[in-house]
Design a protein. Structure first.
Length: 414
């Protein structure tokens, strides 16, 4: 079975955690003791119903305030597909947590409260999801039970979102009216909304086509570790790492970047033995025909399909630290398996994610700000545009004095 990674996004109290709890409950993916614990906590808090949001809101501060603070990951499966859910926060001060959760998602569910319509955070998260190139979007119009299952309310919010999304870059947008609290249109079709002829949320998640989203064209194999055992196998030399895109096979002509040395793939090994091919996201060990110099941070690619080898990066940055990014700032940069240092040469603009307006040439980017910057690195990096390759087109910035991750970046077209 294939795996669908999806993230929830939206404004505060739109019902993201409740929706995930309902998905887990109705698909029978909860253990009895988990459900009993949630029922007991709901009773202690004086709730008249079992609060399924408690299945994902695990931090004490989250349960006390009734909000999501950190990204919570949950796993479940149906006979058709396995799922990894990232329940992300709605509050503006936790935007960086939302970016973390959505960065690896194949699909994003943007929740909207039917009573309130599109909020500032709904637009903010839609913009972030677009910048992160999440291919598939579901607009889940929640709490339809509180607006008497009104088709007019659904149409108004759906049309407003589609109009806003037209200015962003989405592969496809699906809108579903539902009630996470009552379970209508979550796992099963609702009898309360006969005017809606589309699928339930789970049916859509099970059937959305994601096979074409994988990049099987551009071979990118960042070397993570050089394997040279000292137990009598002195002639064994191989390179371990994860195939982030493309397909590698024994006999393929390859080159090693940044040196540009040519060679061929001799064999591909795993724990279970040799395999005929490797593709994303497999972790494998590659043996080469020639004794070329390869070390951690190098990248094995095909000769006629190479990434850009550059020290100048043009990128969109989501800033995640209370200390702002300033012109001339110096940070450690981590791209695939390669580490270097980076200098902020230019901050071109800051993006207002609510209006999509660009504030030109700011002197700094504050916490949760998103902007376009130019960086200069101390070592060449092997990069693709993020739009083409999400793994080879992304990086993080680290404050060397505190070792905190302070920024996440996506590389734009060169």
């Amino acid at each position: 079975m294939d795996i669908l990674r999806f993230a929830t996004a939206g404004s505060v109290d739109d019902g993201k955690s409740t929706l995930i709890g309902r998905l887990l409950f109705d698909s029978k993916s909860i253990f009895t003791d988990q459900l009993e614990a949630v029922e007991a906590t709901s009773a202690q808090r004086g709730d008249e119903y079992t609060d399924l949001a408690l299945l994902t809101d695990g931090l004490r501060a989250e349960r006390e305030q009734g909000i999501t603070i950190d990204v919570a990951y949950r796993y479940f499966s149906t006979p058709k597909r396995k799922f990894i859910i990232a329940d992300t926060p709605g509050h503006i001060q936790y935007t960086r947590n939302m970016v973390t959760g959505a960065s690896t998602a194949d699909l994003a569910i943007i929740l909207v409260d039917a009573r309130k319509g599109l909020q500032e955070q709904s637009r903010r998260h839609a913009t972030l999801v677009s910048l992160l190139r999440v291919p598939h979007i579901v607009l889940a119009i929640n709490k339809m039970d509180l607006v008497d299952w009104s088709e007019d309310v659904y149409r108004r919010i759906s049309d407003e979102f589609v109009d806003f999304a037209a200015r962003l870059e989405f592969t496809d947008v699906t809108t579903i009216p539902l009630s996470a609290l009552t379970g209508d249109n979550v796992v099963s079709r609702s009898d309360e909304m006969p005017w809606y002829e589309g699928p339930s949320l789970l049916h859509h998640l099970e059937n959305v086509y994601i096979a074409s989203d994988k990049n099987l064209v551009d071979v990118r194999f960042p070397v993570q570790y050089v394997i040279r055992p000292q137990n009598g196998q002195g002639d064994y030399r191989a390179f371990a790492g994860q195939v982030i895109s493309g397909v590698l096979r024994p006999g393929d002509d390859v080159i090693v970047l940044p040196s540009g040395l040519p060679t061929k793939v001799k064999a591909i090994d795993t724990f279970k033995g040799e395999i005929p091919e490797a593709y994303s996201p497999m972790s494998v060990t590659v043996r080469l025909e020639d004794e070329v110099d390869v070390s951690r941070g190098d990248m094995i690619v095909r000769p006629n399909n190479q990434p850009a080898v550059t020290q100048d990066l043009d990128a969109m940055i989501c800033w995640m630290d209370s200390e702002p990014m300033r012109l001339g700032g110096k940070y450690a940069i981590k791209h695939t398996t390669r580490s270097a240092r980076a200098l902020v040469k230019e901050i071109k603009y800051e993006l207002d994610v609510n209006t999509l307006h660009r504030h030109q040439a700011p002197q700094e980017l504050g916490l949760n700000a998103i902007g376009r910057v130019t960086l200069r690195t101390t070592q060449p990096l092997m990069v693709d545009p993020y739009q083409r390759n999400r793994q080879a087109g992304s990086f993080i910035l680290i404050d060397e004095s505190t070792n905190r991750t302070v920024g996440a970046g996506t590389i734009t077209e060169h």
